[in-house]
Ligand binder design. Structure first.
Ligand code: FE2
Length: 251
C-alpha cells in the first residue's frame, strides 16, 4: 500500500489540481440539500444497489444528514483498500486523472449542486463523486480494478485506445450493472446518483447485455442522453480481469 508521500509523487502531474476541502464553509442549506439528495436515493438503492455499494456506504461512514468530510472518508478507506478520496478543483486532464487512479487517489469535487438541479448536473459534484462512486472503493476487488484501470490508461498514447478505455469506464464505473441475488443490481455512479437513470435501468428501459470486453470497447455512448444499452457483470473479478486483458490488448 502506497504511503501518502509516494502517492503524491506518483501522481505529481495532478498537483496543480489538488485543493483542500473547506468543510466548515458548507452552509446549513447545503447540508440540507445533501440530506434531501441522499434521502431521495436510498429507498430505491436499498432494493436495487449491489451489496458491495450498500456495505461500502456504511464502511466509509457516509451520513444522510451532513456533507462528507473527505479526510474522514479516506481514513475509513485506508485500512480497507488504501484508496483515498482526494479533493480536486474540477475536471482533470486525462494524464492527471489516470495518474491519480493509478495511485489510488480518487479525484473528488467538493462543490454541491443547487436545489434547482437536484436530478442532474453536467459536471460531477460531491454528491455524484462521493455518494455515487466512493462506497465502491471500499470493496477490495473493485479497488484493484480501478487502480489497474488507471495504470493501463496512463500507459496509452493512441487516442483510439484511450477512447475505447473511456467506454470501459463508462459501462462499468459510471453505468455498470451486476447480476446478484437473482436480479440485476446497480453499481455505476451514474445510476447510483441519478433517480431517472436508475429507474429506467431497473424498469427494463435499457437493453441489458452480458458484459463482454470486446463489445464494451466498441460500444459508443452519448453522455447527454439516457443510456439505451447497459452491461451486467457476474462479479467484480470480471472487470478486474477485463482491465488486465485490456492492458495486453491495447497499446
Ligand atoms: Fe462519475
Amino acid at each position: 500500500m502506497a504511503t501518502l508521500a509516494t502517492r503524491a509523487e506518483r501522481a505529481e502531474v495532478a498537483a496543480p489540481f489538488l485543493i483542500e476541502q473547506d468543510w466548515k464553509a458548507y452552509t446549513p442549506e447545503q447540508h440540507a440539500t445533501w440530506a434531501e439528495l441522499v434521502g431521495r436515493r436510498m429507498p430505491q438503492l436499498r432494493a436495487h444497489a449491489c451489496r458491495e455499494y450498500l456495505d461500502g456506504f456504511e464502511q466509509i461512514g457516509l451520513r444522510e444528514d451532513s456533507l462528507p468530510e473527505l479526510s474522514a472518508v479516506s481514513a475509513r478507506l485506508a485500512p480497507r483498500t488504501g484508496w483515498e478520496s482526494t479533493p480536486v478543483s474540477g475536471f482533470l486532464p486525462p494524464d492527471a486523472f489516470f495518474a491519480m487512479l493509478a495511485a489510488r487517489m480518487f479525484p473528488t469535487t467538493t462543490w454541491l449542486r443547487s436545489r434547482e438541479s437536484m436530478e442532474y448536473t453536467p459536471e460531477p459534484d460531491i454528491f455524484h463523486d462521493v455518494f455515487g462512486h466512493v462506497p465502491m472503493h471500499a470493496n477490495p476487488v473493485f479497488a484493484d480494478f480501478l487502480e489497474q484501470y488507471g495504470k493501463v490508461c496512463a500507459g496509452l498514447t493512441d487516442p483510439d485506445d484511450l477512447e475505447r478505455m473511456g467506454r470501459l469506464f463508462w459501462f462499468t464505473v459510471e453505468f455498470g450493472l451486476i447480476r446478484q441475488d437473482g436480479g440485476v443490481k446497480v453499481y455505476g455512479s451514474g445510476l447510483i446518483s441519478s433517480h431517472g437513470e436508475c429507474s429506467k435501468a431497473i424498469a427494463g428501459g435499457c437493453e441489458v447485455k452480458d458484459f463482454d470486453l470486446d463489445a464494451v470497447l466498441e460500444q459508443r455512448f452519448d453522455t447527454g442522453a439516457m443510456q439505451p444499452v447497459l452491461y451486467a457483470v457476474e462479479s467484480f473479478e470480471q472487470i478486474y480481469e477485463a482491465a488486465k486483458q485490456a492492458e495486453r490488448r491495447l497499446g
